[in-house]
Design a protein around this ligand. Structure first.
Ligand code: CP
Length: 323
């Protein structure tokens, strides 16, 4: 395999440092991998012999499992490590943990960490490829990529598409990765939520701010609804969950008043009845589970490209067997 490691760099830390072309390469490379995830035998030999460590210091369902599926479908050897079961719980530093793993000859690290900057800190200190699976409130690049792929699947083009991110933008790494990626690809991005849950000067990222969710719904083609981070509610960001649902919740009556049907997205995990009602989350315009499906293909593409795979070979992978 040759080619695009240099095009993508050694690591994937965020979408902010990527060019529009680099983002497009990842999305295009995910396309053939989508088809492979639908086969009876979902296995390709492209990462055979590579060892990947999934280092998850925060809880995760979707990201951790879909990285593991992606790695196994590309025939890599994988090891999963969580904070509770590792020597981090005894006070070992992140770098010492990673250096000990490197001493066992690993090739890639996928890291989720509570601290913004943890992935780039690690990437600067170890020669293995590092993939950020979410660092504090900084970025969650593969979630941003899978959201953008889902939008592209549905609308064909992202140019001029109006996407509004609704909810707790302040604490959201998903929001940041979506904003960076979508703006680079020519989409128009809005954010909507209580002022207490929008970062100061968010407009400087090139987004439009909506104070009222009904205005955002009238403007948008798609809504990406964010989880209200309940663990932070003791800080008084919103008066109550009931009040939040009444003022900012994505409900069916609210969507029925919109001039057109909107695509409904949510990165998960959802708080049903808080930021989104069940009849919207499970309704005909929801692509929430499609996002999860696309997550595996996007993560296969990222792993493949960082390992030095060339996009045109991923296309040829349609004909490969799992041998
Ligand atoms: N979207 C997302 O990151 O979900 P998990 O926390 O379950 O990985």
């Amino acid at each position: 395999m040759t080619g695009s490691a240099a095009a993508l760099g050694k690591d994937l830390i965020g979408l902010e440092p990527l060019s529009p072309d680099q983002i497009r390469v990842i999305l295009d490379t995910a396309e053939p991998f989508k088809e492979i995830t639908e086969r009876r035998i979902k296995k390709l030999p492209v990462l055979r012999g590579k060892t990947i460590v999934n280092l998850f210091f925060e809880p995760s369902t979707r990201t951790r499992i879909s990285f593991e599926f992606a790695e196994k479908r590309l025939s890599a050897d994988t090891v999963n490590i969580g904070a509770a079961g590792s020597s981090v719980s005894k006070g070992e530093t992140l770098v010492d943990t990673a250096r000990n793993l490197e001493a066992m000859s690993i090739d890639m690290v996928v890291i989720r960490h509570w601290s913004a900057g943890a992935a780039s800190f690690l990437a600067a200190r170890i020669p293995s490829n590092v993939i950020n699976a979410g660092d504090g409130a900084h970025e969650h690049p593969t979630q941003g990529l899978l959201d953008i792929l889902t939008l592209r699947d549905h609308f064909g083009s992202l140019e001029g598409l109006r996407v509004c991110i609704v909810g707790d933008v302040l604490h959201s790494r998903v929001a940041r990765s979506n904003i960076y990626g979508l703006v680079k690809l020519g989409a128009r991005v809005g954010v909507c939520g209580p002022r207490t849950l929008l970062p100061a000067r968010i407009e400087q990222l090139g987004v439009r701010v909506f104070a009222r969710v009904d205005d955002a719904i009238r403007w948008a083609d798609a809504l990406n609804v964010l989880r209200l981070q309940l663990e932070r509610m003791q800080d008084g960001f919103v008066p109550s969950l009931r009040e939040y649902n009444r003022v900012f919740g994505i409900t069916r009556p609210r969507l029925e008043r919109a001039p057109k049907e909107l695509l409904i997205m949510h990165p998960g995990p959802m708080n049903r009845g808080v930021e989104i009602d069940s009849d919207v989350a499970d309704g005909p315009h929801s692509v929430i589970l499609q996002q999860v499906t696309n997550g595996v293909a996007v993560r296969m593409a990222v792993l493949y490209l960082l390992a030095g795979g060339a996009p045109h070979l991923a296309e040829a992978a349609r004909d490969w067997t799992g041998a």
